[in-house]
Design a protein around this ligand. Structure first.
Ligand SMILES: Cc1cc2nc3c(=O)[nH]c(=O)nc-3n(C[C@H](O)[C@H](O)[C@H](O)COP(=O)(O)O)c2cc1C
Length: 222
């Protein structure tokens, strides 16, 4: 059996109760456009999604991310326009903008936490903080770090939504400057991903094929 065949079979049994729930969630998560326009995301679930997103790993645990949840009908209309008419955002009823930091603005607090927990001595914490701040000071690197870290939080949010029986779709098909202005993002924060999220309105079309493991896995060197 090739890896691809094995993988397909695994996908077929993705709902198998014997699989760990996290693996089932990974294998059955979908991006979708079929939301229930009459159902809403409640506050408690919204906060649970953000809590799960915030459990994503981040470099030195800086957690350089924030989230802007938009649910107001007029503002959702504006977001649909800025997302080139993606109607599923209106049907979902909630759009969450995952925001990345381009500066190490949590560094003071986070490196104190490393030190207070006894995981770094004072000298190491000070040195590592200085290096981290310097790394973020490079414009390109600051953006890269913001995007890398916040993207992991975005994926956590997608999986959490899916595991809770919701539908969530990640998007970068939107006017970045326009969305940043709409939600009032400061200059040093970037819109990393927009996620439409809400109760499902039904099935999605079958998933498009994934590239074969043999095609994407390189062993020892590229
Ligand atoms: C960075 C990124 C940008 C995306 N942008 C959009 C988008 O603007 N609109 C949309 O409907 N889906 C968007 N998607 C969803 C992809 O189309 C989807 O993940 C892909 O087709 C695979 O399908 P699946 O997520 O159901 O497995 C985006 C996904 C990613 C990761």
């Amino acid at each position: 059996m090739t890896l691809q065949q094995a993988e397909l079979e695994e996908t077929d049994v993705a709902h198998d109760e014997e699989l760990p729930a996290a693996i089932r969630a990974i294998r059955t998560r979908r991006s979708g456009h079929n939301f229930d326009p009459d159902a809403e995301l409640d506050d408690e679930t919204l906060e649970a999604l953000i809590r799960d997103a915030a459990l994503a790993p981040s470099s030195y645990n800086l957690q350089p991310w924030e989230f802007v949840a938009v649910q107001d009908d007029d503002r959702i209309d504006e977001i649909v326009d800025l997302a080139y008419g993606q109607e599923h955002i209106r049907e979902a009823g909630t759009a969450i903008l995952v925001v990345g930091h381009t500066e190490a603005e949590t560094a003071d607090r986070v490196f104190d936490e490393w030190e207070d927990a006894g995981r770094m001595d004072e000298e190491t914490a000070d040195q590592t903080k200085a290096q981290t701040v310097e790394m973020y000071d490079d414009d390109q690197m600051g953006r890269d770090l913001g995007i890398r870290n916040a993207s992991l939080a975005a994926e956590n949010l997608l999986l959490s939504a899916h595991a809770r029986g919701l539908k969530a779709t990640p998007m970068i098909g939107f006017d970045q400057a326009g969305i940043s202005e709409l939600v009032g993002l400061p200059e040093n924060k970037i819109p990393v991903m927009l996620i439409s999220v809400g109760p499902s309105g039904g099935e999605e079309p079958e998933r498009l094929p994934r590239r074969d493991v043999a095609e994407i896995l390189h062993r020892e060197s590229y």
